[in-house]
Design a protein around this ligand. Structure first.
Ligand code: COA
Length: 325
């Protein structure tokens, strides 16, 4: 294992949508949303905004934080569930905006675990000597695929982006252990059905709302806690690190009750867990880099500390990365 995070950045669109705003859209209440999810507000990308703006701003910050220029990158990995276009995805638009020249890029689709998957892929490519310095972006405009009439989903999500620069590191620094898993039998739990080649968009699919993101919330909830616990423990074992030596856990921000249950099962106090779901809701692939960036900037997370990043998401996918930051 031989790569570390050189620079980090994030972006949240300015428009705030509060629980009170949602009370005016669907039959819900601020109290229900707070108690059942821990969410108070979220950011929403304006309808007329180009979603690329989120990746651009997060990447520029990450480059600045890492003290390097875009010309020094040699790969872009863009983790997202809902790309700018089904084809060619999102990465080309960000590469164009950042003027990345002829370096390779690709979209990575692994549900809300996309950022963790991206870290493992980037680390492996650096370890294999293929690339030196990789830009990994997690960006999601979930508001664009949300059914704003469905109270079971619309209260949960928000928009945002996070980006990191990953580069070769001396042994013992950066990524120390990883764990990646998935279970295709649970593919039905989180889905946007229409618009792919299995169910192309038609008048019928639109009338049936099959172009919106849907999920089996309760089933996801049950699996989420065990998947993140399993991966975190496996990544720690692979790294040869004891739980007692961990400074921070940064879990995917899907529901405060999932995060609390994870803390309980791992026997880690909540004050060692980074939480920002109250302010940004579930931002999917952006959730971990957003939380990491925020806690790094406000001084909670410091260089040299041991972090566990863990996520789960559509697929279902799950995983964890243990790193010396
Ligand atoms: N406002 C008010 N009531 C709501 C509501 C809302 N926004 N959404 C659902 N309800 C109602 C339900 O209709 C149900 O009413 P009923 O008992 O009369 O049928 C009641 O609240 C309980 O619903 P339930 O689905 O059992 O709630 P829950 O405690 O399981 O919480 C989730 C629902 C979605 C918040 C929770 O299951 C969850 O977070 N799951 C994981 C989702 C997730 O992580 N997704 C992304 C993965 S990356």
């Amino acid at each position: 294992m031989s790569s570390r995070i050189l620079g980090i950045g994030s972006y949240l669109p300015p428009k705030v949508l509060t629980n009170a705003d949602l009370e005016r859209l669907v039959d819900t209440s601020d109290e229900w949303i707070r108690q059942r999810t821990g969410i108070v507000k979220r950011r929403i990308l304006e309808q007329d905004s180009d979603p690329t703006i989120m990746g651009i701003e997060a990447s520029k910050q990450a480059l600045k934080d890492g003290g390097i220029s875009a010309e020094q990158l040699d790969l872009l990995i863009y983790a997202t569930n809902f790309p700018n276009m089904i084809s060619p995805g999102s990465a080309p638009f960000l590469a164009q905006a950042l003027d990345l020249g002829q370096i390779p890029f690709f979209d990575l689709k692994a549900g809300c675990s996309g950022f963790v998957y991206g870290l493992v892929v980037a680390n492996g490519l650096i370890d294999a000597g293929v690339f030196e310095r990789i830009l990994l972006v997690g960006s999601e405009a979930l508001s664009r695929v949300t059914d704003w009439k469905d109270r079971k989903t619309c209260v949960l999500f928000g928009d945002g982006a996070g980006a990191v620069i990953i580069e070769r590191a001396p042994s013992g620094e950066g990524v120390l252990g990883v764990s990646l898993h998935a279970d295709g039998k649970k593919a039905h739990l989180l889905r946007l059905e229409a618009g792919g080649i299995q169910i192309p968009v038609s008048h019928e699919t639109i009338d049936a709302g099959r172009h919106f993101f849907k999920m089996e919330g309760k089933e996801v909830f049950k699996s989420a806690v065990t998947m993140m616990e399993f991966s975190s423990r496996e990544a720690l074992a692979n790294a040869g690190i004891e739980l007692a030596d961990v400074d921070w856990i940064i879990p995917h921000q899907a529901n405060i009750r999932i995060i609390r249950a994870l803390a309980q099962r791992m026997k880690i106090p909540m004050d060692q867990i980074i939480v920002n779901i109250d302010r940004v809701a579930n931002t999917s692939t952006a959730s971990i880099p957003l939380a990491l960036d925020e806690a790094y900037r406000d001084g909670r997370i410091k260089r040299g500390q041991i972090l566990v990043l863990t996520a789960f998401g559509a697929g279902v996918t799950y995983g964890a990365v243990v790193m010396k930051f």
